[in-house]
Design a protein around this ligand. Structure first.
Ligand code: PLP
Length: 335
């Protein structure tokens, strides 16, 4: 084990099973290790490095902003934050954005919005949030409660109460829960990442959205991993022709810097009022400048290219020797 690997093992909390590789630099889809080897990056830092490593356009956007102002606090206006919010709304039809620093925080905000909206419109007891089995929504105590995987819950009890899980692609299971629980919201990932890179059935998602609307239950879509072009649409829900009430995203949005965003539809745009929520770093100008440069490039031509590459990879892998199954959507592919 190298010196750096040794120091890391000794001093960094041992929550990750790291590969025995120390990465030093990179370029596009290539990474270089301290072992002198070149690696092909198939993971993009877990769906984060949207345009690869050290992308010159993204790097310029970030360093230009870094040369001007790195942080202000949310007591002041900055251009990157305002422009990014406007851009996200223009591209999705959502009306407002709350910025944070991670996927878990983006989901926390979505959950707070759902609970407050339900409390104000239906009554405070309408706090239940239904999510899917094998989902993943983050590591905070509330987003862990939302995560439908028991093994993450053990030894961290009590988690935030009020979360219930239904099997994916089973609308009756959701209806059975929602009929007996005072429900604020249903939260889904259109393609479950941790759950095995499985896209939800189109009929199910459409029927679920219609059911939620009919019952005045908010539909929250977690686009932390599926968002920002990864699946061939800007956000994966766009493949399904549904309109979520709240969309959370992070990972690829910042292109490599920490940034979370919770997008609020017309219905819930005014739920968060002064003092209801906040973040010291949320909407940081450097992170937002990077995100603007990412979003600008995720145009229709680029998304069409993602779909084309996806079709090619799916075709090439299906039935290939040693491949049992290929799943997912766009360039979010499980093999
Ligand atoms: C990664 C992920 C999260 C958590 O994001 P963090 O930035 O690690 O907090 C939440 N939801 C989904 C679907 C994810 O893939």
């Amino acid at each position: 084990m190298s010196e750096i690997q040794n120091i890391d093992q000794n001093y960094v909390a041992n929550t990750y099973a790291r590969f025995p590789v120390e990465l030093v630099s990179g370029n596009g889809s290539l990474l270089y290790g301290s072992d002198g080897k070149q690696y092909i990056d198939m993971g993009s830092g877990i769906a984060v490095n949207t345009f690869g490593i050290a992308d010159p356009i993204w790097q310029k956007a970030v360093t230009d902003q870094l040369g001007k102002l790195q942080h202000t606090s949310n007591l002041y206006y900055t251009e990157p934050c305002a422009r990014l919010a406007e851009m996200l709304c223009n591209k999705t039809g959502m009306k407002k954005v709350f910025f944070s620093n991670s996927g878990a925080e983006a989901n926390e905000c979505a959950i707070k919005v759902a609970r407050k909206y339900a409390a104000e419109t239906k009554g405070e007891q309408y706090s239940a949030i239904i999510t899917l089995e094998n989902s993943f929504h983050g590591r905070t105590l509330t987003t862990l409660a939302a995560t439908g995987q028991e093994h993450f819950h053990k030894l961290f009890q009590p988690l935030t109460p009020g979360f219930y899980h239904a099997p994916a692609n089973d609308l009756d299971a959701i209806k059975a829960l929602a009929d007996k629980l005072p429900t604020a919201a249903i939260m889904i990932e259109c393609v479950q990442g941790e759950g095995g890179v499985n896209a939800l059935d189109a009929d199910y998602v459409k029927a679920l959205a219609a059911y939620a609307k009919e019952k005045e239950i908010l539909l929250l879509v977690d686009e932390v991993q599926t968002g920002n072009g990864r699946t061939g649409e800007l956000y994966a829900y766009m493949h399904y022709g549904i309109t979520p009430d709240v969309v959370s995203t992070a990972k690829g949005l910042g292109g490599g810097l920490p940034l979370g965003a919770t997008l609020l539809s017309e219905k819930v745009q005014h739920v968060l009022r002064f003092g209801d929520h906040g973040s010291t770093f949320g909407g940081n100008p450097v992170c937002c400048a990077g995100a603007i440069s990412v979003l600008k490039r995720l145009d229709n031509a680029f998304l069409a290219e993602v779909k084309e590459k996806s079709d090619y990879i799916f075709r090439a892998l299906q039935g290939a020797k040693g491949v049992r199954s290929v799943s997912g959507m766009g360039l979010m592919i499980g093999v």
